[in-house]
Design a protein around this ligand. Structure first.
Ligand code: ZN
Length: 433
């Protein structure tokens, strides 16, 4: 009986393979009125992109119409559109959105519920033209499940580079706070104190599936505790986090507002500083020495200031005070860093803002003083570099993933044309048309 069952199973597996082998390749021919294949170079008129399954196989001058292909070819007419690589958001929290009672929700929502709502938010972000996100901290089982299902093609969403639980000192910005003692339970696996314990916390995230490590170098605006926005982990703890993550091939992002924490994180060798609100000329020297990226998250700053000013009672007084203090300086910090030649990677902190309005960060970056061209570089080529994905995303060329978006108008002249893309494709699958 047992043997028979095994044979049947083997037969069904091999049949599955035969079917998938028999599936014809999908060919798509995209006629692009204007094509920005690489944001560092000029756009070109009248170009054709040839897509086979999930990859770009050629980019050609003019509108190709004749093909020597046995399979059916679908032509996508984007002759009146500006076509470019799918954008990359280097700082998201895809499984949640800030709401007045998010603290209470954090103890009543299960990992499964986070994963399910994450599928909805992920799709909103994709539809906004972001074909890749780096999720820097969140309920890890939910985030990893979402990442894996999207990767397998079970759910349509942006490619996810996933951090695990955010590393934080006990009582710090990444720890739970504001509950009655018996509600807290055991601190999560990212909470660590002392260099050895922080190495344990890094390895724990990697063991369970983290692609990168996020830690809090300083206090944060939204933690329900009046601990300010200064340095939280010690220099020795930060060095231990970065060294143990790099030793296992993982990049490290440090959440940092206060200058002391920004500089300590840069000295420790982090790959990116998130927010960077109170950076100064000394910090910039360190950025340039280490080659770290700044991920500005202006949209988060704008969102929390708007709420603190216009929605009384949404935040507790400690949070409202921090929001009013930090929000307004973030654009100035970006401008100072940008003018000094610090590398900038696009990131919104989506989840603080609503998912799907990620493009508003583009507008804020231009308002802060960046050229539209440099903003587009930050959201494609530079973010791909930060995520270690240059081989597959960031530009449209042979061999890269078919992550392609299009909008009417020219974003190099008016970046707001990207707020609502008319066409979005991820890995050869059309999400918006
Ligand atoms: Zn964040």
């Amino acid at each position: 009986m047992k043997k028979l069952f095994l044979m049947a199973l083997t037969a069904s597996i091999s049949l599955g393979i035969v079917i998938s082998n028999a599936q014809a390749d999908t060919w798509l021919i995209i006629h692009a009125g204007t094509l920005l294949a690489d944001a560092r170079k000029p756009a070109k008129a009248k170009q054709t992109i040839v897509v086979k399954n999930d990859k770009i196989v050629a980019v050609r001058e003019g509108y190709l119409t004749k093909f020597d292909l046995a399979q059916n070819v679908k032509i996508i007419d984007l002759k009146d559109q500006f076509v470019m690589a799918g954008m990359i958001d280097s700082h998201t929290h895809v499984t949640g959105e800030m709401e007045p009672h998010s603290r209470e929700k954090s103890v009543t929502t299960t990992e499964s519920e986070y994963a399910l709502i994450g599928t909805v938010y992920a799709r909103r972000i994709l539809n906004a033209g972001f074909t890749t996100i780096r999720n820097v901290g969140g309920p890890r089982e939910a985030v990893f499940a979402l990442r894996n299902s999207i990767r397998k093609g079970q759910i349509l969403g942006p490619r996810i580079v996933a951090g695990g639980l955010t590393l934080s000192p006990l009582g710090g910005h990444g720890d739970a706070n504001g509950f009655r003692p018996d509600v807290f339970g055991k601190p999560h696996s990212g909470i660590c104190n002392g260099a050895d314990d922080c190495r344990r916390a890094v390895r724990d995230q990697i063991k369970y599936g983290a692609d990168m490590i996020k830690y809090v170098a300083t206090g944060g605006v939204l933690s329900k505790i009046a601990t300010g926005t200064g340095q939280q982990f010690t220099d020795a703890e930060q060095a231990a986090i970065v060294q143990s993550a790099h030793a296992m091939g993982r990049k490290v992002a440090a959440h940092a507002h206060g200058k002391g924490g920004i500089d300590a994180a840069l000295r420790a060798g982090v790959d990116s500083i998130e927010h960077g609100s109170f950076l100064d000329k000394g910090s910039i020297k360190l950025f340039k020495k280490t080659g770290a990226y700044l991920v500005p998250t202006l949209l988060a700053g704008a969102t929390v200031v708007d709420i603190a000013v216009n929605k009384p009672g949404f935040f507790i007084p400690e949070v409202a005070a921090k929001a009013k203090q930090v929000g307004p300086v973030m654009a100035k910090a970006l401008y100072l860093a940008y003018k000094s030649g610090v590398k900038i990677a696009f990131g919104t902190d989506s989840g603080v803002s609503r998912h799907g309005i990620n493009g508003r960060e583009l507008v804020l970056m231009v308002k802060a003083g960046m050229s539209a061209k440099d903003v587009l570089i930050s959201a494609t080529v530079s973010a791909a570099d930060l995520l270690d994905l240059t081989r597959s995303i960031g530009t449209l060329e042979k061999g890269k993933s078919a992550d392609i978006i299009a909008a009417s108008g020219n974003p190099l002249k008016d970046i707001s044309t990207l707020l609502k893309p008319d066409f979005v494709m991820v890995r050869g699958v059309i999400a918006v048309e």
